[in-house]
Each structure stands twice: as structure tokens, then as C-alpha cells.
Design a protein around this ligand. Sequence first.
Ligand code: ADP
Length: 392
Amino acid sequence: MNQPIIVLNCGSSSIKFAIIDATNGDATLSGLAENLGNHDARIKYKSGGNKYEADLPENADHKSALGVIQSIIKERNCSPVAVGHRVVHGGEAFTRSVLITDEVKQAIEDTAHMAPLHNPANLAGIECAQEAFPELPQIAVFDTAFFQSLPQKAFIYAIPYKLYKQHGIRRYGFHGSSHLFVSQRAANLVSKSITQCNMITAHLGNGCSITAIKNGRAIDTSLGFTPLEGLVMGTRCGDIDPSLPAVLINQCGYTAEEVDTLLNKQSGLLGISQLSNDCRTLEEQAINGNKHAQLALDVFCYRLAKYIGSYMAITGKLDAIVFTGGIGENSDYIRANVLSYFEHLGIKVSEEENRKARFGEIGNINTLPLPVYVIPTNEEWVIAKDALKLAK
Ligand code: ADP
């Protein structure tokens, strides 16, 4: 029996929406309301293989966009059973998904200082959805929840401990639903219970993160207090010398706000290549001899290889390594480059399997015994399954 769930991901100026069948992950509807609050606010969606666009009033806000989304959903007559919300930051309050109550909304608000761009938008989305779908249970699924299993030695920064106690400054990790989804798929593929599996999962999209999983639980992850730490990303720098912000402010004349923009929006693949944050463009340009494009790809792969190596040290014997996200699922070049560092550690990529494992196919690309899987992620399905479980 179909179990349609409305899945909402509300950003500061956008709402991603979908109707997902929680039994099999199929999307019967998916769409995006974007540029909310601007003159060119619009809404696009796909359903039954067709693409549509709907008008939004000028400067439409979340509330009016959700009104339009509500009528698009009602036209489909699909009788949704719950609404699942992606909430970026659950702090230490949430180790799993929860049915939304007034106390839960308060806790999301209390965590807003740690995700100022995301949590207020998530909360606004929840409040609008409660008005639009008052008859449906609303469930919050947190990006950070999967990482609440991290031991203190993995989440404490080596700065005064009181900053953790007073301000909650610690590693939280993000992309939890994606790492959870692909690790469960990989456990199925190796025919073991997830609780018996040690894995390294790499989510490589515009944002990138890598997670070490031991006995099914996350024991370390690369994103930190904010989604800026760790791997090289599309426009985010990942790990740098922590004194650089002070150098940029005190010696190079940047303001704190400019440093924030520099590290979040002008760095990563874009910053090194001075060309693009799009991995496809960089691969094309590198083939044409563009040295900056090649350097950006090399730094990306080298950093990732170092993380995989360090996580190999802490997981114990691995059952699988998994690549996912837009780059992880589609770039055979990046996978081959990263994995070339591991020939002495039991990984030799099959050129043919690596080329084939793209565009939605699951594949094992290692010729040696340790499975290295390419698994398309499906964060919406994780949200839909949790929403169904909690709605019952
Ligand atoms: P987001 O984090 O925004 O969800 P995605 O997971 O969609 O992002 O990943 C976007 C990234 O995937 C972009 O850098 C894009 O270049 C890359 N990508 C998509 N398709 C390919 C491909 N065929 N080859 C290389 N990179 C790809």
C-alpha cells in the first residue's frame, strides 16, 4: 500500500518539496519554490514525467509559496499521511527524528544561533506547513542527529572546554540522512546487519563530507560546528590553518563578514580554479590543459584521500567504502584519482566498473575484496520513512 509523505526542505529563500512513497522511495511529485522574497519568485515541479511551472505572487514569502504547494499537492489526490521536515541543526537536543510539538519548535529556535541561515527558515516552513496541512502530523528529521553517536574525543575541539559548555562549540556534523541512507544500502549489499558494519561514506556534492562508521554508528565526520570544515567543497574551503581569518582581518584588511563570505562562497574548487565550482567544468577544462582546474581537482582528491586514510585508522577492518552525492555518484575521474592513493591498502579500481557506475546505478568499483560502492543517495526517503514511523 502506498504511504505518501510530503517532504519539505525550507531554505532562507527556497522550499524544496516532494511527495515520497515511504514504502519504496519513489517521488510522485518533486519541485522547488525559489527566489522567495524577490520579484522573480517562482515555482517549478515535476510529476508523472511532466514538468510544470506555477506563478507565485511578486515577493512571495514561505507562507504564500506553501499555499501554492498545498494546492499542487491537493490536485494530485494522493492523501498524504504526514509531513516530514528536513531541519539542519538539532544541536545536542535531538539524537533522532521527532514528532513536532511546541517544545520541539522551541528547541529548534534555541539552536538557531548555530545555524542562522537554516534553522529559522526550517522553523518558518514548519509553522506554514502546520497551517497549510493542519490535519497531518509533522515530523522533524535533523541533519545532525546521525552524528550524536560521536564520542567526545571526536567532537571536542582543542580549545578551552568552557566554550563547549557555555556556547555549545563542538563538532556536530551534517548530511546525516545521506550518510545513514547509503550506509544502510551498503550493509544490505554486503549482506550484514548495519550494526556489524564498519564503513567510510563520502558524500560529495556542492557540500562535501565524509563519515567514519563503526558497528553502524558514526564515530567521526568531517563537517564541524558549521558545514565549513573538512573536505574541499564547491565554494567552501574545508580545513585551513585556523589563524588565517585573523591574518586576513589584521594584515589583509578584510572584515569578519568578508572573511566569512570568502571562506564559504569564494573558496573550494571555485577559489583554487578561479573558474568554476562545477566539477564537470573543471574536468573538461583540465583535459584542455587548464592548470588551475587541474590543481583544484588535485587538491580536492588529495584532501579526500587523506581523510579516507585517517578514517581507515579508526574504523577497524572495513566492510565497505561508499561514494555518493553529485560528484561521488557521477565522477569516475574523481573516484579513480582518490582511490589511486590506496593501491597499497587493498584498492585497485576497475576502469570498466568505475565508468559504468554512474547516473543512478549502484556498483562495486574495486577489483580487490574490499567493496567500494557507488550508491545514489536518497535523503528524502530517509525523511519519509522516519515521518511514517512517527506518524503511526
Ligand atoms: P548539492 O550538494 O547541491 O545537492 P549535488 O549532490 O547535486 O549538489 O552535486 C553537485 C555537484 O555534482 C557539482 O559539483 C556537479 O559538478 C557535480 N556533478 C554532477 N554530475 C557530474 C558528472 N557527470 N561528473 C562530474 N561531476 C558531476
